[in-house]
Design a protein around this ligand. Sequence first.
Ligand code: PEP
Length: 252
Amino acid sequence: MSRRPLIAGNWKMYKTGPEAVETATTLARLCSNVQDVEVMIAPSFLSLPLVAESIKGTNINLGAQNLYFEKQGAFTGEVSADMIKAAGAKYVIIGHSERRQYFGETDTSVCKKIKAAIEVGLKPILCIGESDTQRDDEKTFSVLDKQVSNGLKGYGSDELAQLVLAYEPVWAIGTGKTASIDQVRQVHLYLRSLLEKLFSKDLADQTRILYGGSVKPENAKDLMGIEDVDGALVGGASLDADKFINIIKYNN
Ligand code: PEP
């Protein structure tokens, strides 16, 4: 099955509204002839409506970096799936390692967030990945198994039709260290077979599995060339449109 690659930029807590609009506008211009890959950018919540307006009619999609799973209510400081959808987003990143590490995100809250996203028609990008100690202790596959099984507990293949999985080894995020081609190949193959075991062959075949962790213009082509890698989740290198476009156009 052919899966259209997704190159997604996670802007984390960078860029004010005007700065986000400026980068998004430049990127949209640079992407005008991009057809073979889907592009997504995830600015801060505050910038979502502004960026939505600036990329209207272009081939760039909008995503959020998180959501809160309740529909509405007295949850000071939180943002619901409905609000994100109404702001113009199509995707939402869920369970990023920085959220797990600094904000107490667990597989249980991740699971609820996936549900909230699916209910409003947002495409969830579920982030999973092992730490360096877990890798050293040869626990990579058991950690990933747990994150996927628990994060997606209770769902059927139909509900997960829009799911995107992002394998992001924690030790490779923002560190400049990239997983080796062999490490990425092994994990992506494992994740696809895990999806088949837990859900169905159809879901395993259709789900895009992204790699994330210090993706740069210099390594994008090699990483994207690996079987079972269907795109990238890019942090640092997505903040600069001129750099990011060279990842998006990894094939050129
Ligand atoms: C990320 O934030 O998801 C990420 C992969 O960051 P970086 O590309 O900077 O390693």
